[in-house]
Design a protein around this ligand. Structure first.
Ligand code: NAD
Ligand code: DAU
Length: 337
């Protein structure tokens, strides 16, 4: 039996990772350590085997709580826990610096203290900044780190913290840098679930700027398999870029969602652009394909339709997360669009 310590496992990607790990391998036990911020949701963990999945409510910045929750025989820490939304980091960066940087340091210290065999840091392509429009440039592992938002800067800082632990203390660690994920259970502050939820309710769809920013979309389960393979096959000290070679203009994503739901384009509202809005992300995943033996399995068309169906069939989940704090956030962020 292997034991893994997963942080942020009540969020979108962490919960998908836990689901697939438990389904794929009966000899795995998971400690899911999450402080249940607005983005953490116990409904994301419904139906999991309680003998193999133990949930601990704790903050990764709380050293004594992390040490108390982390046993001595852990095979790996997968660090998903983060403040993850760019727009919130523009409004206020404090919590991003605390969780994403200090929290990573606390986890690395705990990993050393408890002899954890490997540390997997879930990073993002945003640490590499923005690419020019319509160019044939791609993010590779040798692209410089030049983050543009407070969120991206905090994730780049976390990468340096991981590097320091490897170089100074010989911690065994790998880093994954993925592009934009989509799939079931994503919090509807992010583009795809926000547009699906609004369209389902015949509410306006706020598109930033000219709608021509490009994101490289990947289905969440493909990202999760890459993280697993980075744990199994990755070389310590290395970063791996994860992407599906699926660049899309934002406006095309919005049109595809409206088409699938049979809703009119006149729900679209062009709104004030995001400050410092990165123009284009595009990932070259060659290293992950060759070194990790990874490739994506879900096409954009199937993934998007499956995701829309999930939100259509899980309206109570959507309504729960769209109540409370979300309403206040939405009003602050978008006003009366
Ligand atoms: P999310 O916002 O859905 O979930 C984050 C989770 O972390 C939540 O469950 C939250 O409660 C928990 N958390 C936050 N602060 C915490 C703290 N101090 N202590 C313990 N738990 C805490 O995020 P996500 O989209 O699932 O992203 C997961 C990870 O993947 C993040 O590290 C993010 O930077 C990275 N990532 C995300 C994407 C994407 O497209 N969503 C792409 C690449 C990388
Ligand atoms: O690239 C990986 C990153 O992708 C992750 O590290 C982040 O955690 C994740 O949030 C995501 O960042 P983005 O800023 O790219 O994702 P978001 O869904 O917020 O926005 C995607 C694009 O859509 C971006 O160009 C901004 C635009 N957008 C977003 C929202 C929420 C709109 O036009 N309107 C909106 O209402």
């Amino acid at each position: 039996m292997k034991t893994f310590f997963v942080t942020g496992g009540a969020g979108f990607i962490g919960s998908a990772f836990i689901r697939s790990l438990l389904a794929d391998d009966p000899n795995v036990r998971i400690i899911n350590y999450d402080s249940l911020t607005y983005a953490g949701n116990l409904e994301n963990l419904a139906g999991l085997d309680e003998n193999r999945h133990v949930f601990v409510n704790g903050d990764i910045c709380d050293r004594s709580s992390v040490l108390a929750a982390l046993p001595d025989d852990v095979d790996a820490i997968f660090n998903f826990a983060a403040e993850s939304h760019v727009d919130r980091s523009i409004t206020s960066a404090d919590e991003f610096l605390r969780t994403n940087i200090i929290g990573t340091q606390v986890l690395l210290d705990a990993a050393r203290a408890k002899g954890v065999r490997r540390f997997v840091q879930i990073s993002t392509d945003e640490v590499m900044g923005s690419l020019p429009d319509e160019s044939d440039e791609y993010f590779t592992e040798s692209s410089p780190l030049q983050p543009n938002s407070p969120y991206a800067a905090s994730k780049a800082s976390a990468e340096f913290i991981v590097r320091a632990a490897i170089e100074t203390f010989g911690v065994d660690a790998v880093i994954t840098r993925c592009g934009n994920n989509y799939g079931p259970r994503q919090f509807p502050e992010k583009l795809i679930p926000l547009m699906i939820a609004n369209a389902m309710n015949d509410e306006p769809l706020p598109v930033y700027g000219d709608g021509k920013n490009v994101r490289d979309w990947i289905y969440v389960d493909d990202h999760c398999r890459a993280i697993w393979l980075a744990y199994e096959n990755g070389r310590s000290g290395e970063a791996y870029n994860i992407g599906s070679r699926n660049e899309q203009y934002n406006i095309d994503v919005v049109h595809a969602i409206l088409d699938a739901l049979g809703k009119p384009y006149d729900l679209i509202r062009y709104v004030t652009d995001r400050l410092g809005h990165d123009r284009r992300y595009a990932i070259d995943p060659t290293k992950a394909e060759t070194e990790l033996g990874w490739k994506p399995l879900t096409s954009w068309e199937d993934g998007l339709i499956g995701t829309i169906d999930w939100y259509r069939n899980n309206q109570p989940w959507v309504e729960h997360v769209r109540s409370g704090e979300y309403r206040e956030y939405y009003r602050r962020m978008y006003g009366e669009v």
